[in-house]
Design a protein around this ligand. Sequence first.
Ligand SMILES: C[S@@+](CC[C@H](N)C(=O)[O-])C[C@H]1O[C@@H](n2cnc3c(N)ncnc32)[C@H](O)[C@@H]1O
Length: 282
Amino acid sequence: MTKKSKKEISREVGLEVGSICGKYFLKLDHLHYGYWNGGLDVDITNLHTAQDKYAEFAISHIPDGVKTILDVGCGTGQIAKMLIDAGYKVDCVSPSDYMNRHIRELLGDKSRIFECTYEEIETTNKYDMIWFCESFQYIDPEKALSNTIELLNDGGYLFICDIFRRDTKNKGLMGGGHDINKFHDLVEQTPFKLIENKDITEQTAPNMDLMNDILHNVVRPVVNAGMRLSESRYPMVVKFLKWKYRKKMDKLGNKYFSGGRSGEDFKKFKTYQLLLYQKQAL
Ligand SMILES: C[S@@+](CC[C@H](N)C(=O)[O-])C[C@H]1O[C@@H](n2cnc3c(N)ncnc32)[C@H](O)[C@@H]1O
């Protein structure tokens, strides 16, 4: 594997921390957003149910005839397990050493795991479907499409369920997602034909309200308490560090605690799309 960039490492660590905390505190199995519909109360105790609904919703879009699937960015491996249990032959791509230990335990020898990024995958295998569940946003879109063309059987499917960025003047404070218009332009130049598209922004936006609530009611008070404790023990050191890193701290405070991260903001700046394409013969 090539050396990871700082951005890639911080994303990976973020996902790892999310997975550890989600598993420990909320018994979460998945690493994707929840799908909030059917009057399910937007409450952290329902996130487990909402994530299961998301997985069921995604899986229900697999067309008849698909037998082999490559799950790219398979997270905890939980969706791969659901797919295997449903009778599909599934391989996985996962660049995270931490996740890979868990995926191996979960899937045993039922699945081949490519322990690399999708950009770096090397195989002569071919699949009926390449599956990106909330992982497409992390992958270079041009490379993702060209690798997918290579790895798909003729008539095979590209499945993406993920966040994209709307083309707005103001970009908002939330990161993540490729530009939706640029992505559509890119796909136009490939042999992929869109056969299904569902906009699930409305059903996924509540996840941001939950995250926002945790940031304001858990993270911020815990950080403040830690600061108070450190200031009382090491006043000069904390004064120096606050001065030295004032710009970074202001930037972080502005990004995470100044508002702008609610479900309503998500709907303004992002769009969550299920996209199913079929590869046409060249
Ligand atoms: C938000 S998680 C989604 C996990 C899983 N698909 C799910 O639905 O629960 C994003 C996943 O993408 C993976 N990922 C990040 N960058 C990647 C890359 N360049 N190539 C392949 N996978 C990548 C991460 O390791 C992680 O497993």
